[in-house]
Design a protein. Structure first.
Length: 130
């Protein structure tokens, strides 16, 4: 066998080997759970940013960090409790003296907005001043 034919055969063998591996390389995809987690974190961050903007209205009565003022303090409340209260206000339930004020505040909020607002508020921490 001459040199040129052996190069052709070796090239053909490498081509066959590469084609045999091609489906493995092409079909390999990142783990979907990592992809979903990343997307969820990005979406959650955006939702929390929206909730932070929405909280500016709340801060008028509840304080910049949820420390209270005209309205009760929200610091230390778990998100489940805050969501439950917001939902009660949205359903026009009376849960305190300021219920009627709260009804008008949450009227336009969707359920997801209420959830993220509750999550955002539950993460508020007072800042320490020296």
């Amino acid at each position: 066998m001459n040199k040129q034919k052996s190069f052709v055969l070796i090239g053909f063998a490498l081509l066959c080997f590469a084609l045999a591996l091609w489906p493995v390389v092409v079909m390999a995809e990142p783990c979907p759970t990592h992809e979903v987690e990343l997307v969820c974190h990005v979406e959650e961050d955006r939702a929390l940013d929206r909730a932070a903007a929405q909280y500016r209205t709340c801060a008028t009565c509840h304080g910049q960090m949820g420390e209270g003022g005209i309205g009760p303090a929200l610091i230390g409340r778990p998100p489940e409790y805050l969501y439950m209260r917001l939902t009660q206000y949205k359903q026009r339930e009376t849960v305190g003296a300021m219920s009627s004020l709260m009804w008008s505040q949450v009227t336009t909020y969707h359920e997801d907005d209420l959830r993220m607002l509750a999550e955002y508020v539950s993460r508020l921490r007072p800042t320490l001043v020296d």
